[in-house]
Design a protein around this ligand. Structure first.
Ligand code: ADP
Ligand code: MG
Length: 463
């Protein structure tokens, strides 16, 4: 801590203090987050160190840059860049009811998405997306902050944080006590977009119980019709109750009205890097896996990043280069002599005109190629989705049939004399009053229906 001079406390967050400091090394301002880790177990502390090391290695123009971290007197200190423009929450309040222009909203939103893409592609979750964690730099760039800090904390602290902190961004699955996953970040992203459009929270209530009920119901007051259909429809996609129905950050960025803004914020080289065909483990780039990793129960926290094929081409970055010495390319195409004689003299254009025409044609060709490619990709995705639905339906029917068969087998084994025993591990508690045959065939059929229902519910849990 001797490397930094404390200037002032700028906030007391749910994790601990945030202090504005000045570095004695480079004279720059930084923010230091102070987190009390004295009550953590050794294992949790190790985990925290690993997490913070990963965060410190992340570098992106739309992410608050982590500088370093260290431990002193039972506290973990995370040093990061200071964002002079303050946070989006304050910026929204400063509007005093005047709505933002759509252009402004989309420019900010794209930058938030680019930051989240960078993180999700590396299989890290943010876990605390809110307008208070999105900052503006001096030059108006948006930066997402407080990455993964929630991961550093143990679950007890995290739970407390949810109760003490800002519950407006809780997703339906968290309200239902299901695991946090990448789509929970997407829900919170939706909450931020909504806030930018209305200057209000999407889900508000007088108490926690009513808030949770509102979130679970998924209904929110509509945003102004002044905003485009694209924007309003995106909001409803982000607020899908089932996490699997929400788009990934990659597919959000693929939407035309957002994709065209990307080049404003990332250099062509960064676009090529960020949209390359790789996902990252915490330890570096990994080739994209064709298959989803086998998931345990419930939602898998890490859904593989969606692939974008040749995205660089999409944003006008050349992907192929002519090789020097490639004979075919260097050969001048001269028509055979007999053809030369019949050639019609071509009207000479001046070189400026010619170049303009050529570049227009090339652009047109690229556009057409891109549309064609996108169409092919969409067709392929549609086909794959249909195949998947077919497969799932088949599996579901097989499971139901198996359960039915098992039920009958048990009935026959019991010989109609007593309780039906089932080897299936279903959540269905069979009430005694429904024991076959005491409750009669109706009771048994009802129990079977419950079995099928619970299998269906189980198979529809997010993976
Ligand atoms: P919270 O849990 O509310 O996110 P934090 O400890 O992260 O609390 O932040 C407390 C305050 O410090 C907030 O008002 C936030 O705007 C401000 N703050 C946090 N980090 C930065 C930063 N890097 N630059 C500028 N202000 C920051
Ligand atoms: Mg914060």
């Amino acid at each position: 801590m001797e490397k930094y001079v404390r200037l002032q406390k700028i906030g007391e967050g749910s994790f601990g203090k945030a202090v504005l400091v000045k570095s004695t090394d480079d004279g720059r301002h930084y923010v230091i987050k102070e987190i009390n880790i004295s009550r953590m177990s050794d294992k949790e502390r190790q985990e925290s160190r690993r997490e913070v090391a990963v965060l410190a290695n992340m570098k992106h123009p739309n992410i608050v840059q982590y500088k370093e971290s260290f431990e002193e007197n039972g506290s973990l200190y995370i040093v990061m860049d200071y964002c002079e423009g303050g946070d989006l929450f304050k910026r929204i309040n400063a509007q005093k009811g005047t709505l933002f222009q759509e252009d402004q909203i989309l420019d900010w939103f794209v930058q938030i998405c680019l930051a989240l893409k960078h993180v999700h592609d590396r299989k890290i979750l943010h876990r605390d997306i809110k307008s208070q964690n999105i900052f503006l730099t001096k030059d108006g760039t948006v930066q997402l902050g407080d990455f993964g800090i929630a991961r550093v904390l143990n679950s007890t602290v995290e739970l407390a944080r949810t109760c003490i902190g800002t519950p407006y961004y809780l997703s339906p699955e968290i309200c239902e006590n299901k695991p946090y996953n990448n789509k929970s970040d997407i829900w919170a992203l939706g909450c931020v977009l909504y806030e930018l459009c209305t200057l209000k929270h999407a889900f508000e209530a007088g108490n926690m119980k009513n808030l949770v009920l509102k979130i679970i119901s998924g209904s929110f007051p509509p945003v102004s019709l002044h905003y485009s259909y694209d924007l309003r429809s995106l909001l409803s996609q982000l607020f899908k109750r089932n996490p699997r129905d929400r788009p990934s950050v990659n597919s959000i960025l693929e939407k035309g009205f957002l994709a065209k803004r990307i080049e404003k914020f990332l250099s062509p080289q960064l676009i090529a890097e960020e949209f390359c065909l790789k996902t990252f483990s915490k330890f570096g780039p990994q080739p994209v896996q064709g298959k989803r990793p086998a998931s345990g129960q419930g939602a898998s926290p890490f859904v593989p990043a969606q692939k974008i094929t040749k995205p660089a081409a999409k944003y006008g970055v050349p992907l192929t280069y002519k090789k020097y010495g490639d004979k075919k390319l260097l050969e001048k195409k001269t028509p055979p002599k007999h053809k030369q004689a019949h050639q019609i003299p071509v009207k000479k254009m001046n070189s400026g005109e010619e170049r303009k025409k050529m570049s227009e044609e090339a652009a047109k060709k690229r556009r057409l190629e891109f549309i064609e490619k996108e169409k092919k990709q969409k067709d392929q995705i549609r086909f794959l989705k249909a195949e998947q639905v077919k497969r799932q339906e088949k599996q579901r029917l097989e499971r139901i049939n198996r359960a039915r068969e098992q039920g009958w087998r048990n009935v026959l084994r019991a010989g109609g004399s007593g309780e039906v025993k089932t080897s299936l591990s279903l959540n269905t508690k069979r009430p005694d009053s429904l024991c076959f045959p005491s409750a009669g065939i109706k009771g048994f059929l009802f129990w079977q229906w419950r079995c099928c229902l619970s299998i269906t519910l189980f198979s529809s849990r997010p993976i």
